[in-house]
Ligand binder design. Structure first.
Ligand code: NAP
Length: 279
């Protein structure tokens, strides 16, 4: 397996800084073979962290076919998510067992609450702890939690969430104001979703200009920008194998201070608190 830069979780385990997203994978039969090839190529290139969710219809089945059916499960670190409407104590356990069945695996490596709903956080955390005790998940974390949600979460005693998965890319930088420094001070790495802003950043003229300087592609620059911080993991989704290969190359790009200044001019860092953006 190719070696790749890693990020340490609070548990002490290291995971690849660059993984693979799966939202909308497995939805179109005509794209299935390409998507399977893309996920497998990602594994070959060291992108072994795979992000999915019970909500991503068809994605867990595709992961099973791409990975489980060819004996590659043990190479992967699988991140899955429970929907808030299922996040009661019993509902979380049921949702996890359903995901395990679709993935045909015996454990999920990191299980996240997809976003905050109405179930008390203590109850969902209790369910996560039970899932850890029974070996069905290895770790848990949250997603789409803003700074105040994290401080509420930390009212629950003796917890060790491994990440907060949030929207973070050049066009959505609000977390730099408070959430990112707060998590950093507690050693909790953020997992940035939509690093290419669902593909739209590739057309931005300044991203294109910076890409030209590096003989790189705009998508690589958008991903390299997220990865400029050593404690941020990112999970671009690519159903096209060529995109996967390209995205792996982002890890080799070192943005210069001029690149960062040019990007700051058009994608301004936050000057005050803004609520967390969600996809
Ligand atoms: P994204 O990764 O920013 O963008 C995906 C889009 O960009 C796809 O259309 C893909 O095309 C295209 N793309 C990828 N690499 C490219 C490249 N090198 N050149 C040109 N186009 C490229 O957006 P995302 O899917 O929203 O986010 C990534 C993952 O984060 C999701 O798949 C999901 O796992 C996770 N996510 C989590 C949440 C949450 O609430 N926790 C929300 C949104 C997303 P092709 O597919 O054709 O390659």
């Amino acid at each position: 397996m190719a070696s790749i830069r890693t990020v340490k979780l609070p548990s002490g385990e290291s995971v690849p800084a660059l993984g693979q997203g799966t939202w909308h994978l497995g939805e179109h039969p005509s794209k299935r073979q390409d998507e399977i090839a893309a996920l497998r190529l990602g594994l070959d290139l060291g992108l072994t962290l795979i992000d999915t969710a019970e909500m991503y219809v068809g994605a867990e089945d595709l992961i099973r076919e791409a990975i489980g059916m060819v004996g590659r499960r043990n190479e992967c670190f699988i991140v899955d998510k429970v929907r808030p409407s299922h996040a009661t104590r019993r509902g979380t356990i049921q949702a996890c067992e359903d995901s395990l069945r679709r993935l045909v695996t015996d454990r999920i490596d990191l299980y996240l609450l997809h976003w905050r709903g109405t179930v008390p956080l203590e109850e969902t955390v209790d369910a996560f702890e039970e899932l850890i005790d029974t070996g069905k998940i290895r770790y848990w974390g949250v997603s789409n939690f803003d700074h105040d949600d994290m401080t509420d979460l930390f009212q629950v005693p003796e917890i060790e969430p491994q990440t907060d998965q949030v929207l973070y890319n050049l066009a959505h930088r609000g977390i730099e104001w408070d959430l990112l420094p707060w998590c950093r001070s507690r050693g909790i790495p953020l997992m940035a979703y939509s690093p290419v802003e669902e593909g739209t950043l590739v057309d931005h003229p300044v991203v294109r200009r910076v890409a030209k300087r590096h003989d790189a592609t705009p998508a690589q620059i958008a991903i390299a920008w997220v990865l400029r911080q050593p404690d941020v993991i990112t999970i671009p989704k690519a159903g096209n194998p060529e995109h996967v290969r390209e995205n792996r190359g982002a890890l080799d790009i070192q943005l210069t201070s001029k690149d960062l200044r040019d990007l700051d001019d058009v994608f301004e860092p936050p000057k005050y608190k803004v609520p967390l953006d969600v996809s």
